[in-house]
Design a protein around this ligand. Sequence first.
Ligand code: PLP
Length: 394
Amino acid sequence: MVTPNMHYAELKDSYLFYNISLKTKKYLEENPDKKLLRLGIGDVSLPLCDEVIKALHSAVDDQSNKENFHGYMPEAGAPFLRSAIANYYRSRNVDLADDEVFVSSGASDELGDILDLFDRSSSALVIEPAYPAYVDANVMAGRKIIHLASSKEDGFLPVPSDEAVADILYICSPNNPTGAVFDKDKLKKWVDFANKNGSVIIFDAAYEAFIEDDTLPRSIFEIEGARTCAIEICSFSKTAGFTGTRLGYTVIPKDLKRNGMCFNDMWLRNRTTKTNGVSYIIQKGGAAVFTEEGLKQIHANIEIYKNNARVLMEVLDKLGIWYCGGKNSPYIWMKCPNNMGSWEFFDLLLTKIQVVGTPGEGFGACGEGYFRFSMFGSLEDTKEAANRLYELLK
Ligand code: PLP
């Protein structure tokens, strides 16, 4: 009889969004006349920008005639998209070769698949509160996980410590759920730490385009020394509204080597074995994001989400509530008032003002007592939610 991967039995139930949907469903059944304002789930609400739509249509037409038709795409990505992404980095003074960029069908897929590059015995350090996929993907692989708690005291941006050394280090900046962003000095400490210990950083840059403060790094490769210790995983989901369209990319420098093995070569071998590339049509749509007009249009959408954040931040400031995020991120991470627990605060907002957010405890034990709001909804709903929050807590 086959033995299943028994590590799946060690996974904790992913109860967070399930529990939120159960609670909201029950509330609506009991209060059918109420309208909920949903500031919980991290999905986008704005459609793809015009430049992307134009490119998608034109790529569909290409597939209709013999001259322009595309069959299988190169496994690591179409040269036109790899080059557009590398140019995007170059425009931010990060020098990458085109073949250091791998096109993917999304960051979630890559966060799971990339673990193929590491021995099963390697350990993983996860800074918490964290995006749940980091822990779960490593539990499935049976890896030892070191949970490093961050806190209000360190601004949810902890520095490395010799007490918590691991082979794989996850860093997400701007962070989901806290919205906190590492500055160059703090990120340099992690880069030096990884190089000293021979670790590899998996840098999740899914929200890089939300950074408006030019002094903050949008890529780990802005930090000296990162080329020998980091892999960057990025997504078109939140920056360009591709959550349902699916596209991402991964940067693996050729200088990243351990035990004589080059991670860039290994990943190419992995991709050529395990994928047949991402759809031509979608890659064409993705390339349009990096045109001058495309960048302008995606930033206009990001600005709409950031304006939502400003509305809520203003109210939290007026109420004197501690929070981080919002400025360079689509998430606001607030301290629950009166030392309330995360779920207690969730219930209060749901039942008293019909606002739905995400309890911080769902992102790791140290998230207890905190609450995440996401800014991907409409301005109208965000304004209404902010007003109700003010009236409730003033
Ligand atoms: N990484 C982080 C930090 C995220 O918040 C998300 C999505 O919410 C992802 C990765 C997944 O992105 P994708 O839609 O490209 O799979």
